[in-house]
Design a protein around this ligand. Structure first.
Ligand SMILES: [Ca+2]
Ligand SMILES: [Ca+2]
Length: 96
């Protein structure tokens, strides 16, 4: 499934935003990250994911093709995301 790469790209993009550094999240430059700043970043990320990929993600994990993700399909989705994120973290540890 090509969706795997899309999800990996998204997970990587999110991870990269968080690892770009403190100053990227500290948008008002006051030296601390507050809840609003974190919320803004997470909102932007999730909006990008929702706008670009919601239908593709549904299609990729909707194994019985009914147009919805049921609980079983959801569990597989979470497993997949977990594997991808874990893979990214493992790679990162390798590089460090
Ligand atoms: Ca701040
Ligand atoms: Ca389904």
């Amino acid at each position: 499934m090509c969706i795997d790469n899309d999800i990996e790209d998204l997970a990587l993009a999110g991870y990269e935003v968080l690892t770009q550094g403190f100053h990227v999240l500290d948008t008002n430059g006051d030296g601390v990250i507050d809840a609003d700043e974190l919320k803004d970043v997470l909102t932007e990320l999730s909006e990008a994911i929702i706008e670009d990929n919601a239908e593709e993600v549904i299609a990729a994990f909707d194994e019985d093709g009914d147009g919805h993700i049921d609980e079983e399909e959801y569990d597989e989705f979470v497993d997949e995301i977990t594997d991808i994120v874990q893979g990214i973290l493992d790679d990162h540890e390798h590089d460090a």
